[in-house]
Design a protein around this ligand. Sequence first.
Ligand code: PHE
Length: 456
Amino acid sequence: MRSHFNSRLGFIMAAAGSAIGLGNIWKFPFEVGESGGAAFIIVYLFFCFVLCFPILVSEIAIGRRAQRNAFGAFKVLGFPRWAVIGLLQVVVSLFILSFYNVVAGWSFGYFIEMLIGNFAIGEQFPQYVQNVPRIMVYSLLFMVVTGYIVAQGVSAGIEKYTKLLMPILILIILGLAGYALTLPGAKAGLTFYLVPDVSKITLDVIYNALGHAFFSLSLGLGGLMTYGSYLDQKANILSSAVAVTFMDVMIAFMAGFMLFPFVFSQGIATEGGVGLVFMALPKVFASLGSVWGIIIGGLFFLLLSFAALTSTVSILEVSVAYLRDEHRFSRVTAVVVSATVIFLLGIPSLLANGSSEFFTNFMNYGGVSVDFMTFISDLSSNTFLPLAGLLISLFVGYIWRPDQLIKELSSDGYQTIPIWVAVYLKIALRYICPVILSLIFLFTVLEKFFGVQVIG
Ligand code: PHE
């Protein structure tokens, strides 16, 4: 018998834990800072609620109906050729986890540095990420912990730990944001964070906002489909999906409320990219004095590590469920095999920040030279996740058909789905998602790979 989540809350926490991760706390604020403040947030919210939400609901519903992993689900539903979507998802999950786990390792490493009061680590970041043995140990450790949780199974592992970690995470972020708002730079920070600059909304920014919406909601790599397959017939998919989307967006938002006041309180110009969290923040913590610095800095990187952990768990589960269902692996063997493959795939990313010239200046992508990690993260979250989303919307819109989705959402009549929601999901999956996603996909492929500037 397939194992299931024990409670509705357990599923919501696991799914929200998957969604809330480095994307919210590390990536979202700097994307906002770089790309037009509130103007970016509006584009992002539009993508989350209008475009991504129907896909999120679809993923969970497909998983629940089929009671199978992301690949096998399409076969069980009777459309074996569409299982290619599942294959894409399983492969993308390996790549995403390969670099995600490296950044998760940095976060954990920073937690240790904070505990020993080494705030100079911010300035030493460029050297830190080139210390291959050290960061390799941290990312290995992170993978082992992730594997340990996944190996315990759905309710005794994933559910139990996410239910424990998520409330802690929410408390820490609320506490830190509350504290940050009392700092002298809060106002300047919030102005920078929230005042819209529409002139910054270029095609590239739209592309990033879309990729980020997918990445942040954990869409397009089968994580939620897999979690959905551990739901029983009574679970209310729609309300859980609403809860997960709101929590994800709220936490990303809160992360900005915490980070920008922190950074501006020190008058540190908002550095783009990874710098915002890993370079600027330790300086802020140093300024709080050694006791508060250790407490606040430690809490911050603990928060980041927990957020990452509940996400890595969900990504690892994708390939573990695949190996178990399709190739009859035991859970433990599946964990060991997947985690090893992913760890090895992550080695180029470990070397991509200066240690290896080849992986540091890996290729010319969209007109700029990028390192391997940026390349793989851009390519997977901005191209492959939306591509999988496009295929899922086509699948549900035209092949499985929206009435099957609605039937699944209403648990065969056990729950009522408001008619406007049903109509909206149908229109979104048949028209809105396919059209917008294909256009964006087309434009960006032309731009990134062929150098054709379509707009602006
Ligand atoms: N949503 C996670 C984050 O924001 C990352 C993730 C992507 C997790 C895809 C699972 C699947 O950090």
